[in-house]
Design a protein around this ligand. Structure first.
Ligand code: AMP
Ligand code: ZN
Length: 470
């Protein structure tokens, strides 16, 4: 298998540390808002990478963090705390915000057939591990205390810009001109490992530490969480390209200083999803979510199909017209695949033909995750001279990686609902809403139970109350 490695800036043959096994890490979401479809492009491409590795026979262990503390709005040590901002916006506690948006993230992933990693660990679970690593960095002389915070000293490294010094200006995405430099830092690129002096009066989450009550910086979490579950050596680390600097650069700085040896061999970065105004970003507010895509009538898997049509290392521009085209192509392809599966029935595939095409698929997708060529191979199978059973088996097999539900027929149309019942349910939902507003939860529960007796199930979703027949 070949992979582009951001660290060496070349496409390399992938060789894991331990034969047959892959230790893989993914930077998880910052859970202060919904994931937008740009974030989800990264997770779709990483999901295809993981599934390609498994399909090729590797035993993969994949770990993901959930950022629920420490991420400031400019990715460096400036700006607002993202979680505090989310809590203020919604008049909730930081932990309520984290729990809600973590659930929404995984709901969206499920709709897009993105597998949940083997281990998912919120940063707030690992404070003792962070403290341990920071203590060791202080002991080894890679960190210093200044102005009540603990900083990593980048001047102690032979090379800091491991992803390419020539791009220093370009890489400085997180540092804005209008932000005053922190006077406690010895060097411009030093970064906070532990804050004890919060810039935010209402900093919600704080923990005891040898340096006083405080909270961790953002970068330390990925180093610690990955080592906790994958050990000292990692094969592949993933994220979007905006993570290259400063986040991944700082992760490498602190991890390798702590370990005293090389940490991760391959760095997989997904280019951005842009709209006409540029990069889609939670902080800019120009975000589209899976729910919006669904409300407009698209199956979320159309968006997955749209992403698979382009290469992960190329920026992708989103427009509704482009999604319409993807929708038309996806529906047509799926219709054909469903027909083939029906025609195949229970007949057995031709094993020799199956193996030959499976090897072709591994070759194509294993060439730096070429998803568009891999999708084209589905069209080639459809046209090829082989039995319907072999075609169906191959399509289902490729779909283990593509994740497009190609032979899964949509659940038949919703059962007809009597207009009178529908009007009654809507009326009851309004009454329940009013009861909840008046904090009459007993009445709200009674209404729900009464509807259930009539075979109507209510669901409280982020788009409001939805209902269906049991
Ligand atoms: P965040 O929730 O902001 O920490 O980001 C989660 C993941 O989405 C990270 O790997 C980011 O690099 C990635 N990401 C952020 N914006 C985009 C975008 N517009 N297109 C693709 N990936 C993105
Ligand atoms: Zn990370």
């Amino acid at each position: 298998m070949k992979l582009y490695n951001t660290l060496t800036r070349t496409v390399e043959e992938f060789v894991p540390n331990v034969e047959g096994k892959v230790a893989m890490y993914t930077c998880g979401p910052t859970v202060y808002h919904f994931a937008h479809i740009g974030n989800l492009r990264s997770y779709i491409c990483e999901d295809v990478l993981e599934k390609t590795l498994r399909y090729s026979g590797y035993d993969v262990k994949r770990v993901m963090n959930i950022t629920d503390v420490g991420h400031l709005s400019d990715d460096g040590d400036n700006g607002e705390d993202k979680m505090v901002k989310g809590a203020q916006r919604e008049h909730k506690t930081v932990m309520e915000i984290a729990a809600y948006y973590t659930k929404c993230f995984f709901d969206d992933c499920a709709k897009l057939n993105i597998k949940t990693p083997d281990v998912v660990e919120p940063a707030t679970n690992c404070i003792p591990e962070f403290i341990h690593m920071i203590e060791k960095l202080l002991d080894k002389g890679y960190a210093y205390k200044s102005g009540e915070n603990v900083y990593f000293d980048t001047s102690k490294l032979k090379e800091y810009y491991v992803f390419g010094a020539q791009n220093e200006d370009e890489l400085m995405v997180g540092v804005r001109d209008d932000v005053t430099e922190d006077p406690n830092k010895r060097n411009k690129n030093d970064f906070v490992l532990w804050f004890t002096k919060s810039k935010f009066e209402d900093q919600a989450l704080k923990w005891d530490s040898p340096w006083g009550v405080g909270y961790p910086g953002w970068h330390i979490e990925c180093s610690c969480i990955s080592m906790k579950h994958l050990g000292e050596y990692m094969d592949i680390h993933c994220g979007g390209v905006d993570n290259i600097f400063p986040h991944h650069t700082n992760e490498i700085a602190q991890s390798e200083s702590y370990l005293g040896h090389k940490w991760c061999n391959y760095w997989f970065h997904v280019q951005h999803l842009n709209d006409r105004e540029g990069k889609m970003s939670k902080s800019k507010g120009n975000i589209l979510t899976v729910s919006v895509v669904q409300e407009k009538g698209y199956d979320p898997l159309v968006y997955r199909f749209f992403c698979l049509q382009s290469h992960y290392r190329k920026p992708l521009e989103f427009s509704w017209d482009a999604l319409d085209n993807a929708n038309a192509a996806y529906q047509k392809l799926k219709k054909r695949c469903v027909e083939i599966a029906k025609e195949a029935g229970d007949a057995a595939p031709d094993k020799a033909v199956f193996d030959e095409w499976k090897a072709k698929f591994i070759d194509v997708i294993g060439n730096d995750i070429n998803t568009s060529m891999a999708t084209t191979l589905v069209y080639d199978v459809i046209k090829a001279d082989m039995s319907a059973a072999t075609k169906a088996a191959l399509i289902n097999s490729f779909d283990e990686v593509l994740g497009l539900d190609l032979t899964v027929e949509k659940a038949s149309a919703e059962p007809e609902v009597d207009a009178e019942l529908a009007a009654y349910v809507e009326e009851q939902i309004e009454l329940r809403k009013a009861a909840k507003k008046e904090k009459n939860f007993a009445l709200a529960d009674e209404i729900r139970a009464k509807l259930l007796e009539k075979g109507v199930v209510l669901e409280d979703t982020r788009e409001g109350v939805k209902w269906h027949l049991a």
